[in-house]
Design a protein around this ligand. Structure first.
Ligand code: C5P
Length: 286
């Protein structure tokens, strides 16, 4: 049991590659994805309280639910159900990432909340317990609970750690339009991809970009049909000086470009001046 307030980053999740390898009888798709996390994102703060409450603030707070419609409260409630206790916490979510953007914002918020409430409430739940409870809340929950670079398979529950990533800079860009995940999976057509053979990130940013080159994001055409703004966004990222690769993350609409260094990604950020777009440069958690 912790007495004071706890606060942590809820990073953006980025699918550097996303192959769709099949579909289960229940409609969920089988994935093979190289998944990483940025060193920037939302922030979750939890503090002791008699009540269980959620306050949302920050640049992307508008329209984010503060009731059970928010995955953060769903996760808190799931922990209470699991342990048979009605526990209180004052949870604050500072929303700095665009919602419904293919970068796991809601899942990352909920995953970090689960880790912090596990500490605050002294529940002693293991990583396996949290993953089991989390996957019932969403397919992105296990990887966000894991929070480290990994290869993600199954519908998102089968995780294998990757060797440490080389130093690299990343630029995320979102066109300012929500892109709902179920609509994108529904719009996907065509054959399934083979998974990729063992993935090695290599020693340099260049190695990593080369290793990813033949493993794109299979959801890109479907996401572009749902959200046409992705096309011009990708075209802009693809022409940035110094970019190693540019592609979409998850089910979109957020796209990313990789650079040799964080400084190069920051320079690229300064060169983009498109009203309505959200653009953020930084590094990856390695
Ligand atoms: O599990 P989650 O709520 O994040 O998924 C949202 C929707 O995305 C699912 O209802 C499903 O339509 C689709 N999805 C899928 N296969 C996955 C993950 C998500 O078809 N592996």
């Amino acid at each position: 049991m912790v007495q004071g307030e706890l606060s942590a980053l809820a990073p953006a999740k980025v699918n550097l590659s996303l192959r769709i390898t099949g579909k289960r009888a229940d409609g969920y798709h089988l994935l093979d994805s190289v998944t990483v996390f940025t060193d920037f994102g939302d922030r979750i703060t939890v503090a002791p309280s008699d009540q269980r409450t959620l306050t949302v603030e920050g640049p992307f707070a508008a329209g984010i639910p503060t009731d059970e419609g928010n995955l953060v409260l769903k996760a808190a409630n799931a922990l209470c159900r699991e342990t048979g206790q009605d526990l209180g916490a004052r949870i604050t979510l500072t929303k700095s990432l665009p919602a419904a953007g293919g970068i796991g914002g809601g899942s990352s918020d909920a995953a970090v909340t689960m880790h912090m409430l596990n500490c605050l409430w002294g529940l002693g739940l293991s990583a396996q317990d949290l993953a089991r409870i989390g996957v019932a809340l969403g397919a992105d929950m296990p990887v966000c609970l894991h929070g480290r670079p990994c290869r993600m398979q199954g519908i998102g529950e089968d995780l294998t750690d990757l060797p440490p990533l080389p130093p690299i800079g990343i630029l995320l860009a979102n066109p300012g339009e929500a892109c709902e995940t179920p609509a994108v999976f529904k719009a996907r057509t065509g054959p399934f991809s083979p998974g990729f053979p063992d993935f090695a990130p290599g020693q340099s940013a260049q190695d990593l970009a080369e290793a990813l080159a033949d493993h794109p994001n299979d959801l890109t055409p479907a996401a572009q049909s749902v959200c046409p703004a992705i096309g011009p966004l990708l075209a802009t990222l693809d022409t940035l000086p110094g970019r190693l690769i540019a592609r979409m993350s998850g089910s979109g609409a957020t796209c990313f470009a990789l650079f040799e260094t964080v400084a190069a990604a920051q320079e690229a950020q300064r060169s983009i001046n498109q009203p309505g777009w959200w653009v953020q440069a930084g590094g990856l958690l390695r």
